[in-house]
Design a protein around this ligand. Structure first.
Ligand SMILES: Cc1cc2nc3c(=O)[nH]c(=O)nc-3n(C[C@H](O)[C@H](O)[C@H](O)COP(=O)(O)OP(=O)(O)OC[C@H]3O[C@@H](n4cnc5c(N)ncnc54)[C@H](O)[C@@H]3O)c2cc1C
Length: 179
């Protein structure tokens, strides 16, 4: 039954490959003569702009004010009590649904630095923990899986206060195109 539903949902969602941006294939993909471009900020946006423009023949210079790259996903070292410690903003899990980011990391050869973990466990207070291991990765079935794991219950679906939460589950490619 579950395998049948997985197949049906995948087909309904066009194999999860909905083209939002249809480039004009008649336009050149590379510049005919070199142009220079300055990119400010070495976060994900700046790094990907630099890489993509370089691929298209731009002469790129990336300016970053910090001494590390990555911006919000970067990490840096600092000294404390004679020790050198590493800090980050807290974005430390590159889940599989970040497929664009992961593909880009492979392209720039930084994916090899990610460390696979068995589960992503969130701790609530001293005792309670919540993991995400074993959740179905089919849209819809993953939500039911989360209900089974106690992340929410049936009441969540009928409670008017849950509407902002339930809105997170909606996806409409047409709205994306409009924005
Ligand atoms: C804890 C945490 C969890 C997150 N979780 C998620 C998530 O689950 N999913 C998700 O999609 N996003 C998440 N985000 C958000 C995501 O990390 C950011 O949206 C994204 O990294 C922003 O990238 P950016 O390149 O636009 O900006 P930034 O990463 O902010 O990069 C901007 C860069 O510009 C540099 N800069 C600024 N001013 C100048 C200047 N004048 N000259 C030169 N350089 C300058 C800065 O030093 C910085 O390096 C999370 C963020 C945090 C902190």
């Amino acid at each position: 039954m579950r395998a049948y539903l997985r197949r049906k949902i995948k087909a309904k969602l066009q194999n999860y490959r909905v083209a939002l941006n249809k480039p004009d294939e008649n336009l050149p993909t590379r510049l005919s003569k070199i142009k220079s471009v300055a990119i400010l900020g070495g976060g994900i946006a700046g790094i990907s702009a630099t890489a993509n423009l370089s691929e298209r023949g731009f002469n790129t210079v990336l300016f970053e004010k910090s001494d590390y790259l990555g911006g919000k996903v970067g990490s840096w070292t600092f000294e404390s009590n004679g020790e050198t410690l590493r800090a980050e903003h807290g974005f430390h899990a590159f889940f599989r649904q970040y497929y664009n980011l992961r593909e880009f990391m492979k392209k720039i050869d930084s994916f090899k630095h990610l460390i696979p973990i068995d589960d992503y466990v969130i701790m609530f207070g001293e005792q309670e923990t919540q993991g995400f291991k074993g959740l179905d990765n089919t849209p819809g079935l993953n939500v039911l899986g989360m209900r089974k794991q106690g992340i929410f219950n049936w009441f969540t679906f009928v409670n008017p206060f849950s509407i902002p939460f339930l809105n997170l589950l909606s996806f409409n490619p047409k709205t994306l195109l409009k924005n």
